[in-house]
Write a protein that binds this ligand. Structure first.
Ligand SMILES: [Zn+2]
Length: 547
């Protein structure tokens, strides 16, 4: 007698091997039998004729750290077939943080993470993990957030992590890894951690490597003079070379100006791999990104955190300096883009932002502007785009999100779709949606990433088999991040399972209508509990804090 039997599906088991017909028997939270169970008894049957049965999908880059606590049902992830999300990305999360530092970072990160409960536990990685265990619909793993670590050790100040302070930081990393973190994540366009020097990151990563953890990085484009190789890809690879840590590149793909240049984009990575650096990466299948404006402010202005920035903006001269700065990085974005066409190898150039192509996604202080280009807001206000940004930042207490406008050329969309599948056909790449779950006009990646890859793009371009693409979102990330007994449909493994129709699976979220759920997924199981049935969430909150 089984708790659940999934009958008659085509089993794509996560290894990349050919699909086969079979039944899956589940007891408790584990898969206990795979084979012909046509005579078996079960409390519940899921009929999967004509459907694919695969392991649950693993999202290796996502910003759900707060929204999983405020909406633990998490339909936008679950209904894509995602059963595990890796948190702490870009170094933007909340552990390890003592209470006051937590409240400070909570305020600072509102524009990208939303607002977690004030009583969230963050003192240690194990406390942090307890916030989610059996309290959210999906499993979560955690990368120690470099931003939190920096804040806890040095505060919101440009200081050097050395001597006793470095010892303290390394102790916190060691403690976090002992308490179940799967690595360390940074984002060297974000503060306070963008004040770090490469050498200091290397020291931290030596500890991560003792635990066979992963160093996950969003590449540096500020304070590039502090970086070995000038930031970007060279710095990340140097960290791997000098600390022996496994390096993982977040959202690494081609974009409008580099469309069709996958080989150039991967050249430095492949060279480092041939020299023994252990590298992997992830990507999402859309042509532009999304973030919050804290990523685009000059480094000095972050001194003092949220209040420091608000003080600068509230001051007449400070306001002018900041709006001039925004206008200047907008101007530079046009020049630097032109150069990157000539040499599409990553050359760190400092941070830029193309305000002409920036669309506001989340503006709680002026919700009528959500979905509107900054350009039009500025025209409406009768000011420059830089000034408009500063006014919006003040009105929303810095809590704003935006995305980059997608290319208007269909051929570029088409080329990028092919590029994304070409990248994912590498066995060292996986899928990180980079979801930000805020605002009416959030980036569509939050609702569409996995079905877009596994349904729409796979069928359209036929560059990678169904079995291989399933492997990239299940077995590959489970192996890379050491997720114990996950990522494969195997006896004795956790019953994280997705049942989907490979012919109809498709994303429906778009840039102008992003809050739309995908089609083609009938069932999702998380640790043996049916979390989606008949394409509807069941309300089960059975996600574990793993590995
Ligand atoms: Zn991110």
């Amino acid at each position: 007698m089984f708790d659940i039997v999934i009958r008659g599906g085509s089993i794509v088991d996560g290894t990349g091997q050919p699909a086969y017909l079979g039944d899956i028997g589940i007891n408790g939270d584990k898969v206990v039998e795979i084979g012909d169970l046509s005579n078996a008894q079960a409390k519940e049957f899921i009929e999967a004729n004509g459907m694919v049965v695969s392991p649950g999908f693993i999202d290796t880059h996502v910003h759900s750290d707060a929204v999983l606590l405020t909406n633990p049902q998490h339909p936008q992830g679950l209904m894509q077939g995602i059963t595990t999300e890796i948190l702490g990305q870009d170094g933007l999360s909340y552990a390890p943080l003592s209470k006051n530092n937590f409240l400070e970072y909570r305020r600072y990160l509102k524009g990208i993470l939303g607002t977690p409960p004030e009583d969230m536990k963050t003192n240690s990685v194990s406390e942090f993990r307890s916030n989610y265990h059996k309290k959210a619909a999906i499993n979560t793993a955690y990368l120690i957030a470099h931003g939190a670590l920096y804040l806890e050790v040095l505060g919101f100040e440009d200081r050097r992590m050395s001597g006793d302070l470095m010892t303290k930081a390394k102790d916190l990393v060691r403690e976090g890894m002992e308490q179940g973190a799967v690595g360390l994540a940074t984002g060297l366009t974000y503060h306070p951690h963008a004040w770090s020097y490469t050498e200091d990151i290397v020291e931290l990563c030596k500890v991560v490597n003792e635990f066979d953890g992963v160093y996950v990085t969003h590449l540096r484009d500020v304070n590039v003079d502090r970086a070995i190789g000038g930031g970007g890809i060279p710095e990340a690879l140097a960290v791997g070379e000098l600390s022996s840590v496994k390096v993982h590149f977040s959202h690494h793909r081609t974009a409008e100006k580099t469309a069709g240049k996958v080989n150039e984009r991967m050249a430095l990575i492949d060279k480092a791999k041939s020299e023994g650096v252990d590298v992997s990466g992830d990507l999402y299948p859309y042509p532009t990104g999304s973030t919050f404006p804290m990523a685009s402010m000059p480094s000095y202005v972050h001194q003092g955190g949220t209040q420091g920035i608000l003080d600068v903006l509230s001051d007449k001269d400070g306001f002018k300096q900041m709006s001039d700065y925004f206008n200047e990085i907008n101007r530079l974005s046009k020049i630097i883009d032109t150069e990157s066409v000539k040499s599409s190898v990553d050359k760190p150039v400092g941070h830029t932002l193309d305000l002409d192509d920036t669309i506001l996604t989340y503006v709680p202080g002026n919700p009528e502007y959500e979905g509107t280009p900054v350009k039009y807001v500025a025209e409406n206000m009768g000011v420059s785009m830089g000034e408009a940004m500063c006014k919006l930042l003040l009105d929303s207490e810095l809590c704003i999100g935006f995305w980059g406008s997608p290319p208007d050329n269909v051929e570029i969309w088409d080329q990028l779709g092919k590029d994304f599948l070409e990248i994912l056909s590498r066995d060292d790449f996986m899928v990180g949606s980079d979801s930000i779950h805020l605002g009416k006009f959030r980036h569509p990646r939050a609702h569409g990433t996995f079905p877009r890859f596994l349904g729409r793009l796979r069928r359209k371009y036929n560059l990678i088999s169904l079995e291989k693409i399933v492997n990239r979102v299940t077995g590959t990330p489970a192996d890379r991040f050491g997720l114990n007994k996950r990522g494969y449909l195997k006896k004795g493994f956790y019953a994280d399972v997705v049942v989907f129709n490979p012919e109809t699976l498709i994303d429906t979220a778009t840039y102008d209508d992003p809050i739309q759920y995908p089609v083609g997924i009938s069932h999702v199981l998380v640790n043996g509990a049916i979390a989606v049935s008949g394409s509807k969430c069941t309300g089960k909150l059975n996600g574990y804090s793993i590995p």
